[in-house]
Design a protein around this ligand. Structure first.
Ligand SMILES: Cc1cc2nc3c(=O)[nH]c(=O)nc-3n(C[C@H](O)[C@H](O)[C@H](O)COP(=O)(O)O)c2cc1C
Length: 329
């Protein structure tokens, strides 16, 4: 059993979290993670109305008695305004979510409201200095995401190994590691560096519950170590994608100094396609973390979580043995 301050804070069995994933996360996935003993976050920004968001939380609630998390995006470009964010928090509080995950900007203005509800808040950052700030302003824990991760990885592109060690040294509140964690040994590595939990995105995309179209599932499994590329660095917003027909074009347009509008016009229509229905992974940008290279099959979330925890426990015991033999030698 892996027990940490994160399992205690969130009231979960295993220190395993699923990050919010725009266009991917569903109530079924979040419920499956909760049933498996962890917690997953529903991305509030994915819902056009508060009622739709409330409906998704309730749907997850019908599938599990475990905790449901709610992610609040504070990315300046898509910030829906303070009023809307307060309303989202109120929905979360009314629906009794188990935790909030904030990301993409400072949560300072909203922390008093969240903290008044006594629901834990974990803030996701890409640098130790932002992690320190999160601790200062009262976050209960930080999630540090290294440049191996899926989604926004921050312009400094700090590797997970450096970031987790740096944050664990610098902070008193618990640190959750994210970015490239996809199996039990990568989880054990993160715990060894001082993390008290892991948050994964990409590993859960390759799940039965995510229900991606078979062509996307095949692509996830076959993606190798040179098959991903980071785009949008020139806009200060780096994101990793599986290489496909579109990625060299975006690279070229960035080199030519084209605007985001021009790039979006080029790739736009395909981006709107539903990953569950679309059969052409070449025709849209498909965001993933580097951990995709470690994924060899699509499996139910219950199996993914159980195996990762089992493997991590074994890897940690194995480290103890190595240490013992070294000391004895
Ligand atoms: C397809 C995709 C969509 C994502 N969307 C969001 C999002 O809407 N909000 C957010 O805070 N993080 C988002 N992320 C980041 C994840 O929550 C998580 O931090 C990240 O996937 C962890 O790295 P990993 O993919 O290497 O496990 C996304 C990641 C992926 C792969």
């Amino acid at each position: 059993m892996l027990k940490t301050r994160i399992t205690e804070l969130l009231g979960i069995q295993h220190p395993v979290l699923m990050g919010a994933m725009h266009r991917v996360t569903t109530a079924e996935m979040v419920a499956a993670v909760a049933e498996a003993g962890g917690i997953g976050f529903i991305p509030a920004a994915a819902f056009a109305s508060l009622d739709a968001l409330r409906g998704e939380i309730r749907k997850a609630r019908t599938l599990t008695d475990g905790p449901i998390g709610l992610n609040i995006s504070l990315v300046p470009a898509v910030h829906p305004g303070e009023k809307r964010i307060r309303e989202i928090i109120e929905v979360g509080v009314e629906e009794g979510v188990g935790a909030f995950e904030t990301a993409g900007g400072s949560p300072a203005a909203f922390l008093p409201l969240i903290k008044a509800s006594r629901i834990p808040v974990l803030h996701k950052v890409t640098q130790v200095r932002y992690a320190r700030k999160a601790e200062e302003i009262g976050a209960d824990a930080v999630i540090v995401i290294g440049c191996e991760g899926g989604g926004y990885i921050g312009p400094a592109e700090i590797p997970t190994m450096i970031l987790v060690e740096g944050a664990a040294r610098a902070l008193s509140i618990p640190v959750v590691a994210a970015g490239g964690i996809a199996d039990g040994r990568t989880m054990a590595a993160a715990l060894t560096l001082g993390a008290e939990g892991v948050l994964m995105g990409t590993r859960f995309i390759a799940s039965t519950e995510a229900g991606l179209h078979a062509r996307y599932q095949e692509r996830l499994v076959e993606t190798g170590e040179t098959d991903t590329v980071v785009l949008f660095r020139s806009f200060g917003s780096p994101l990793r994608f599986i290489r496909n027909r579109l990625t060299p074009e975006v690279e070229r347009m960035e080199r030519e100094g084209r605007s985001m509008r021009e790039i979006l016009d080029r790739i736009g229509p395909g981006q709107e396609k539903d990953l569950r229905l679309d059969d052409d992974p070449q025709g849209r940008l498909f965001p993933v973390g580097f951990g995709v290279t470690l994924i060899d099959r699509i499996r139910p979330i219950a199996e993914i979580v159980a195996e990762i925890v089992r493997e991590a426990e074994t890897a940690i015991l194995c480290l103890d043995r190595v240490k013992g033999e070294t000391a004895a030698a």
